[in-house]
Structure formats: C-alpha cells, structure tokens
Write a protein that binds this ligand. Structure first.
Ligand code: UDP
Length: 316
C-alpha cells in the first residue's frame, strides 16, 4: 500500500511509520514539526519507500500532494502532551477540526482507508471506571484542557460523519497513556519527566499527592493494536491501552527502581482538571481484535532506558 501518515515526525507517528515500512508498505510522512522532531525519522533518510513532506495539515492538500494514489491515511498529527497543547491551544483545536477534515477529504478523494488517533481524554475526568467505549465522558468544555479534549471529541464526530455521509472506511482508536523511546524528553509527560529527572539525579516532580492514576502502555504494544484495528471492520471507537493502573507515586517508584536512581520526590501543584483516574476497559479490543498488551511497566521502562540515557548524557 501507499500510506500517508500525518504527525510522522512525532512519537507515535514515527514508530508507526517504521512498522508500516517493516510490513513492506510505502509511506508519505507529513508533519509541520510544531511538536515533532526530524530526528525521529532521521534513520529513514535513505529509505526509498519513505518520503517526507513538511506540511501543516490545516492547509488543504493540493490535488498532486501525494503524487499518486493513497491507500490508507493514519491521522496521528496533534500536539499531545499537556504542556504542549496548552502552549499551542488554538493550533490544537485547528488540527483536530480543519486539519482532520483535510485528511478526511484526502482519504475520500482517494477511496483510502482511514484511522484517526483519538484519546482517552475524550472521557475527561471519568465518572465511570474503568472506561468503556460507550461512556460519553465527563469533560470540562471551557477549562484549560478543553483545547485538546474538545478538539479530539470534535474530530471523532467528524470522522464518524465522513463514515456515515461519505462512506469512508474510518477507524477510531482511543489511545491511553503510552510511552517509549522518542517521547520528547522536554515535553512534560510523566514518564519522560521522571526518567530524565532520575537519570540526572534531580527530584522527581509529583503533581498533587501522586494518588491519581494512569495506565501506561508500551509503544510496541499500542502499535500492534492500532494496526489490527486499521485492518478491522469496526468504525466505532476502540480503546487501546494498558488495563493495569498505577498511581503516579507507584510510577515514580518504578522509575527509581529501573534507573537505580537515588532521586527524591518533590511534590508540586496538581494542574487544573487533571483526571484523577484513568484505565481502559479493553474487552472490545480483546474480543474484536484479539489484542492485549504484553510489556509490563518495568520491562517497558527498561526498553526506554537507552534512549533517555543518551538524551540525559547529551544534556537535553
Ligand atoms: N505528572 C506528574 N509529574 C510530572 C508530569 C506529570 O505527577 O512531572 C502527573 C500529571 O499531573 C498526571 C499524570 O502524571 O496526573 C500523567 O500526566 P501526563 O502529562 O503524562 O499525561 P496525561 O495523562 O495527564 O495526559
């Protein structure tokens, strides 16, 4: 297939690109580099089946953009870490609305399959636990996080509309917290922050009392689920994430164990509307896709260590 991946220089987009190339496909990678990093795809500079276009998906794709047919579109483009989407609030709303519509138009024009990277943030600060796909969420539509949450919720509505009204073969994955190599060390997420702080011997910054929970999925497991979903006949959202829930304090301890660091914990204020708990119900992915994650948090942190150790050594 000829596959177009938006957000190809990002954390998930670059790993997805590697997987698609590994399966023998050709990939057109698109990114405006607002939060992506060319280093994530630097190893592909001599790959004849990979072509990179620096392009903002909020600008329409011209008729010759792909220089040929497109069989599948993976829409992975968006700022995704809280500090980054709070910095780029309007851009985040635009990429989920105008940008996503442009990618759907492209898919419709080419008769291509389509997968959109949605998020557990659609559930907001959930009142149902664990979260099933049927849960409509508990989202503050005007709080600081709304630029991300509502962008992603609108994008889901748009994707469903292109499926229902235009017959596009769409798929929606609701991604829960994911980590691994190529998470930007400075983008402010908990695992990257903790690993970098532990490796530098700095205190680990725990926001709030650290009793809020997240369920962390290693990137390879997540991509397995995304690829299975992309080939399925399911058009409604599917949760892909780890069903094993950790408090942020447990996560800090796991990072200290894996790194052997003696760093202390430093408690800092909890950001506004920070969800108190988050865990996917993955029954649908298990039954429909035969998918479940296999990499434990400790194993995943170990697999991530070389990347973050190199970044810490480079002073990043
Ligand atoms: N967090 C933390 N210390 C950090 C970064 C994040 O305690 O240095 C907390 C954050 O408040 C949240 C959780 O870790 O409760 C996950 O945050 P992250 O930014 O990784 O992703 P989110 O799930 O909030 O989108």
């Amino acid at each position: 297939m000829r596959v177009l991946v938006t957000g190809a220089a990002g954390f998930l987009g670059s790993h997805l690109t590697d997987r698609l190339l590994g399966e023998g496909h050709s990939v057109i990678g698109v990114d405006n580099l607002s939060t992506g990093d060319l280093k994530n795809i630097g190893h592909l500079s001599r790959e004849p089946r990979f072509h990179f276009e620096q392009h903002d998906i909020c600008e329409p794709f011209g008729p010759d953009f792909s220089r040929g047919p497109v069989d599948y579109v993976f829409n992975m483009a968006s700022p995704a870490s809280p500090p980054e989407y709070l910095r780029l609030g309007i851009e985040t709303l635009r990429v989920g609305s105008v940008g996503t519509e442009n990618t759907l138009e492209l898919a419709a024009r080419h008769g291509a399959g389509y997968l959109h990277a949605s998020t557990s943030e659609c559930y907001g600060d959930p009142l149902q636990h664990p979260q099933t796909e049927e849960y409509w969420g508990h989202v503050n539509p005007v709080g600081p996080r709304s630029v991300y949450d509502e962008s992603k919720r609108y994008a889901e509505a748009l994707v469903m509309a292109y499926h229902r009204y235009r017959g596009v073969n769409t798929h929606l994955v609701r991604i829960f917290n994911t980590y691994g190599p190529r998470l930007q060390p400075s983008d402010g997420r908990v695992i990257s922050n903790f690993l970098m702080q532990a490796l530098r011997g700095e205190p680990l910054t725990v926001y709030g009392d650290g009793n809020q929970t997240r369920s962390f999925c290693y990137v390879d497991d997540l991509l397995e689920g995304i690829l299975l979903l992309s080939k399925s006949n399911e058009h409604l959202p599917v949760n892909i994430g780890s069903p094993i829930e950790f408090t942020i304090l447990e996560c800090a301890r796991a990072v200290l164990d894996v790194t052997g660091s003696k760093s202390e914990l430093r408690f800092e204020p909890l950001p506004q509307d920070d969800p108190t708990r988050r865990r996917p119900d993955i029954t649908k992915a298990r039954t429909m896709l035969g998918w479940e994650p296999h990499v434990s948090l400790t194993e995943g942190l170990q697999k991530s260590l070389d990347f973050f150790t190199a970044k810490a050594a480079a002073g990043q």
